[in-house]
Design a protein around this ligand. Structure first.
Ligand code: FDA
Length: 313
């Protein structure tokens, strides 16, 4: 229920306006978002690299309203790749196709993404295409598949909550595509996605079993100790080396587990989001964990409760 409400609120421009200008919510968002500028993201990436963690930089933004915004986002992604090379960071980039105009025109989006991927390929880097709501799944996979025929510098994301994902994994493995496996963060109808956590978890493990022995380098993206432990024990049983896949986690979440995995000799990549358009990303993080909302409300209401308390006496 709470998850549904928060995910619906994530689409509200009015709420976005309030949350992104309120000083308390801005400071709270900093737990999940490295900052609004590329300099701040680079600083966070340097820190992660020093701690033995690789990085994926994500310039926040989605569902742009016009072609010029899509092209501007594409130019920013190209600039991030240049900065990664100039700074010698151990980092790749993640992009969302609705930020590159997928909701406007598919050919526009494909043209912009293709330019970014070509730059990444020539710099020996990699572009991960994030997966958004199920309205975009097929188009995202079509675009990634076409680009993957030209270069290995692109990969995508599969969401374990979608019924279709097992077939999508098989199709992507057949073309050698690198996959990030996650549970899925959007509000989806029961017709397309498992509604219950237990089914999503079971499918996550089933898909992980397809990915790990494939000989392709994949990302196991989760903070769930059960999924991590299932992955570690499957890799152990099948003698799949630690270096042939990596775990991935989000900036600011379960940093204890991040540290533990690195200490235990596993590859770990931290997804670092940055930029001004952080509201939908922030709301998805709140939706994932109701305890985050309780904390958020307590902190937000505290000043007004304090102001009211003398009159109440
Ligand atoms: P689960 O939600 O079961 O959480 C397990 C535990 O992790 C919780 O009990 C809690 O301890 C901790 N945790 C999880 N989320 C938290 C939060 N927000 N705050 C505090 N603690 C939290 N999704 C998508 O649809 N498309 C995509 O492209 C991506 N990309 C992506 C990249 C990377 C690197 C990661 C790690 C995740 C994504 N996701 C995503 C998000 C993903 O689908 C999923 O919503 C979150 O990872 C939460 O699921 P978990 O696997 O962590 O398990």
């Amino acid at each position: 229920m709470m998850r549904t409400i928060l995910l619906q609120m994530a689409a509200s421009p009015r709420l976005a306006g309030w949350v992104t200008t309120n000083s308390f919510t801005r400071s709270m968002a900093r737990r999940f978002v490295a900052g609004e500028s590329l300099d701040q993201a680079v600083q966070a990436a340097r820190t992660m690299n020093r701690m033995g963690r690789k990085v994926s930089l994500d310039y926040l933004g989605e569902s742009v309203g016009n072609e010029s915004e899509a092209r501007q986002a594409g130019a920013t992604c190209a600039a991030i790749l240049e900065r990664i090379a100039a700074e010698g960071l151990d980092a790749n980039i993640s992009v969302k196709l609705t930020q590159l105009g997928l909701g406007i025109r598919q050919d526009l989006c494909e043209e912009i993404l293709s330019g970014i991927v070509e730059r990444a390929a020539s710099a020996g880097n990699f572009v991960r295409v994030d997966m958004e709501g199920s309205d975009y799944t097929q188009r995202t996979l079509d675009i990634v598949r076409r680009l993957r025929q030209r270069t290995a510098a692109v990969g995508t994301v599969i969401q374990a909550y979608l019924y279709r994902s097992e077939q999508d994994v098989k199709d992507l493995l057949a073309i050698g595509c690198r996959i990030r496996l996650c549970k899925g963060a959007y509000k989806e109808p029961a017709g397309v996605a498992f509604p219950g956590k237990a089914d999503v978890d079971e499918n996550y493990v089933r898909l992980m079993h397809l990915l790990l022995p494939s000989g392709i380098f994949h990302g196991i993206a989760t903070h769930d100790p059960m999924m991590i432990s299932a992955t570690r024990s499957f890799a152990g049983q099948r003698k799949i080396s630690n270096g042939s896949f990596e775990f991935q986690m989000l900036y600011g979440i379960r940093t204890d587990l991040q540290e533990q995995l690195v200490e235990d000799g596993f590859g770990l990549r931290v997804y670092i989001p940055f930029g001004r358009d952080w509201f939908p990303y922030f709301m998805r993080r709140l939706a994932e964990r109701p305890a985050n909302v309780g904390f958020f409300l307590r902190q937000t209401l505290r000043p007004s409760l304090r102001r009211r308390s003398p009159a109440a006496k």
